[in-house]
Ligand binder design. Structure first.
Ligand code: TXE
Length: 500
């Protein structure tokens, strides 16, 4: 019998403050966070006023323009990033539990997330010390080198589905490159970011290098995106907010990277083992209760195996153990918030009204252990049409649609029939077909016979309305740098362009 861990070990009944210019400060207001597992108040956190956000931005500006961080050697910053990774690892259990309490996701998921966050700092600690830049053979007596330099003050706005990991994806490359940061966690899930700030403070990160401001989008996110002294904005979230952020960034034409939503397809051909394909399908959609930007939310299945696929997937979906994230046996937790619950239940109603066939789920689990938590049962819609809203729009919950195809061309057409282009997968044993299909998927992250493998070393981001630019890998570091050419004249003589 698996061990049950319903009583949290971590203490949440304490002060959760803003981190500005190396100091922890109270906010202008407070917000009560709710535990998504039972719908009860969890703790209270400070929230910043616009003036405090501007203070944080000015602190980051001062730290960039005059502080030691951008002036350190790459090796010194690398050593610091490794210490951050060590500190995260040393507090992994606490951070995982905090993430579960705050966001609802099961402990086995948050344990992975925290380890990944530490690894992200370690990866960029290594990458920043590797050779970069170019030396160009221009006509003598000049020599030209091309170097990468930090952009400056980076505004970073992250969502609630992977709170600490998304913060790490943004902070680690930015800090490695020598930038300074103003990070805004989601108003729903700020706890692990504040704990990270406390760890940075203990490590004596120079003041102003990382500032953490808490609060909602309009009050805290918008001023960061609009600020004329922020040089770059990196955003992960919804398409609509992403467009607003990009528009606000026009004030000073700051650099923008956006990681937005998806409606990613998983194409299954009949030559592939059906049970393994179904197993991947469950993982693709129900991991983190479907609150994953790259979730496989559209199954595209060949007609001869369609009925069997739907039947087998429904049977397995019904067996998924839904429950509080702190219980060791839980396989799928609640959604993050009441608003997300409402949104997902609304989409289920939309699907039914549109005429999609509800195969399983569509409701909330009942029973004492669910309290007033934000749970939704794993849900499958079959017999859908390509133009239905449940097929086209990102639901961000445990809801999948299963589409049918008869030819390879049709499969590709269905897969690409989306305004998004974040991820996609193809399942087949025919290597030629696998390559042919995957090359035609209009998406930034693709898999053959796999789903969700995410590597810190590889670029993450999407085509079409799934965003701008890439995070992670060498691309992620480049996104936090400017490129400069340095031309050096080794034998200066008069130019002679104008008569002396
Ligand atoms: O997202 P928002 P929400 C999608 C998913 C989900 C939907 C709504 O479909 O159901 O978005 O979620 C900050 N200026 N994704 O409303 O609004 C906000 O405070 C600056 C996909 O939570 O995009 C938070 O920190 N910032 C996604 C962050 O933006 C603003 C993950 C994301 O919130 C702002 C999350 C503003 N005007 C949701 N308004 C993914 N790609 O993984 C809000 N914010």
């Amino acid at each position: 019998m698996a061990q049950t861990l319903t009583a949290p070990k971590v203490k949440v009944d304490r002060k959760w403050q803003l981190f500005i210019d190396g100091k922890f400060v109270d906010g202008a207001s407070e917000r009560t966070l709710v535990n998504p597992a039972n719908g009860k108040p969890l703790t209270t956190v400070a929230e910043a006023s616009k003036t405090q956000v501007e203070e944080a931005i000015r602190a980051a500006r001062k730290a960039f323009d005059h502080g030691p961080w951008p002036r350190m050697t790459a090796l010194e910053r690398s050593q610091f990033l490794n210490k951050i990774a060590d500190a995260i690892d040393a507090h992994a259990e606490e951070l995982a539990e905090l993430e579960t309490l705050n966001g609802g996701k099961p402990l086995r998921e948050t344990t992975y997330d925290i380890a990944d966050a530490a690894y992200c700092f370690r990866y960029y600690a290594g990458l920043i010390t590797k050779p970069s830049g170019q030396s160009i053979d221009v006509p003598a007596p000049s020599v030209t080198t091309v170097v990468r330099e930090p952009i400056g003050v980076c505004g970073q706005i992250v969502p609630w589905n992977y709170p600490l990991l998304m913060a790490a994806w943004k902070l680690a490359p930015a800090l490695a490159a020598g930038n300074t940061c103003v990070l805004k966690p989601s108003e729903f899930t700020p706890l692990t970011a504040i704990r990270l700030a406390e760890l940075l403070h203990d490590l004596k990160l120079p003041e102003g290098v990382v500032n953490i401001v808490l609060g909602d989008g309009p009050t805290v996110g918008q001023p960061i995106a609009e600020s004329t002294i922020v040089d770059k904005i990196a955003f992960t979230g919804s398409v609509n907010t992403g467009k607003r952020v990009a528009t606000s960034a026009l004030t000073n034409l700051k650099k923008v990277t956006l990681e937005l939503g998806g409606k990613s397809p998983m194409v299954v051909f009949p030559d592939f083992d059906l049970d393994i394909a179904v197993d991947y399908a469950l993982f693709a959609i129900y991991c983190n209760a479907g609150q994953v930007c790259s979730a496989g939310s559209r199954m595209i299945v060949e007609q001869s195996i369609y009925d069997q696929f739907v039947k087998k997937m429904a049977a397995r979906a019904k067996k998924i153990r839904v429950g509080p994230g702190l219980e060791a046996e839980t396989e799928m937790g609640p959604l993050v918030s009441e608003s997300q619950l409402k949104r997902v239940l609304e989409y289920i109603e939309i699907g039914k009204k549109e005429g999609a066939k509800l195969v399983t789920g569509g409701d909330q689990p009942k029973g004492e252990k669910y309290g007033s938590g934000y749970y939704v049962n794993p849900t499958i819609f079959s017999d859908v049409k390509p133009d239905m809203r449940v097929v086209q729009e990102e639901i961000f919950g445990p809801v999948v649609v299963v589409q049918k195809f008869s030819t390879e061309e049709e499969a590709i057409e269905l897969a690409n029939n989306s305004v998004f282009g974040l991820a996609g997968a193809v399942f087949t044993n025919d290597i030629t077909r696998a390559h042919r299909v995957v090359k035609q998927l209009r998406a930034g992250i693709t898999w053959v016979n796999a789903y969700h493998n995410t590597y810190t070393e590889c670029p993450w981001g999407g085509y079409k309305q799934s965003g701008w630019g890439r995070e992670l890998g060498t691309f992620g570091l480049e996104a936090y740098t400017e490129v400069k050419q340095i031309n050096i004249n080794l034998d200066p003589q008069a130019v002679g362009w104008f008569e002396a």
